[in-house]
Write a protein of this length. Sequence first.
Length: 131
Amino acid sequence: MIDKIAWLHLRNGHVLSTRSRGKDRFYFPGGKREAGETDAQTLLREIEEELTVALDPASLQLAGVWEAPAHGHPAGVLVRMTCYYARYTGRLQPAAEIEEVAWLTYRHREQVSAVDQLIFDWLRGQQLLAD
């Protein structure tokens, strides 16, 4: 099981997503926790590393937890994605391994990983993600 913490950031029916160098799919920004880290510590560290912005820890709000087969891994490997909403300060820009930052709608569903597709479905059902 891959344990990932991710940031859901929506604007005008679009959700923020990222594509790492050499990858063929978009993923919600975030990453794996390091030993002893809380969800909040993981998320704040990963977002600053990937997008050069600072999340406001006081604004963290759990959106949900989803599980699906992990993209690019052998059959049977699952990813558990714990997602949070949060406000941020700074200017969003790709950093570290991130090659591209994109604002996606539901029509981009096939361009994201399996777990992100579940979240896309949920966001659409909540009327948060535009078609």
